[in-house]
Write a protein that binds this ligand. Structure first.
Ligand code: AMP
Length: 198
């Protein structure tokens, strides 16, 4: 097993995962890998992948598992991810969990912790509506926001229980100032035995 920290960040859209992911990744000296960012970059560059996933993302649906799994498996084989990573927004379905487990066990690697960033629904809707006004993301309209939250509740929230049963879950309240939440996550991880190097 290679040294380094392997973390997942899980939580509803609008919980602040992206912001916290880059801060945690730099604290642990690992790359932050966001499937949402990878898909958005492909859409922006109009790659074949981007053309395939644009309508799915705009509708707030999940990109099919085979596509998503292939992207992540490839990304995790890149040199910077070999000594640890922080995955933001993946896995989101049971099939993605199974694939990640296969990829890691093939490398004799294992997850160190799964951070659940908790936020109440009213708060995340308010944040997403604000982000829509600021960034104009196509998947941040009122109707799509509600749909994304319900897809999360149905397909992804059940994974939390799964990771709790594997004794990997570290639950953190995502409400508050960005710095405060980062410190809260780092403290919770340290209490769990996962300590940042920087
Ligand atoms: P995010 O920025 O993580 O909220 O992702 C934005 C969108 O990208 C999602 O609403 C999905 O359409 C797609 N996406 C990102 N990650 C995944 C994933 N793990 N599985 C399926 N679709 C994903």
């Amino acid at each position: 097993m290679t040294s380094g920290t392997r973390l997942l960040l899980i939580g509803p859209p609008g919980a602040g995962k992206g912001t916290q992911a880059s801060r945690l990744a730099s604290a642990f000296g690992v790359p932050a890998i966001s499937t949402g960012d990878i898909f958005r970059a492909n859409v922006a560059n109009q790659t074949p992948l981007g053309q395939k996933v644009k309508a799915i993302m705009d509708a707030g649906e999940y990109v099919p598992d085979d596509i998503t799994n292939a992207i992540v498996a490839q990304r995790l084989r890149e040199p910077d991810a070999l000594a640890g990573f922080l995955l933001d927004g993946y896995p989101r379905t049971p099939e993605q969990v199974a694939e990640l487990d296969r990829v890691l066990s093939a490398e004799h690697e294992a997850l160190d912790a799964v951070v659940q960033l908790d936020a109440d629904t009213d708060e995340v809707v308010a944040r997403l509506v604000k982000r829509a006004a600021e960034q104009g993301r196509a998947d941040d309209t009122d109707e799509v926001i509600r749909h994304r939250l319900s897809v999360y509740e149905q397909q992804t929230a059940p994974l939390i229980q799964h990771f709790a049963q594997r004794d990997l879950l570290v639950k953190v309240d995502g409400l508050g100032a960005v710095d405060e939440v980062t410190q809260r996550i780092l403290a919770a991880l340290a209490a769990f035995g996962v300590v940042a190097s920087r």
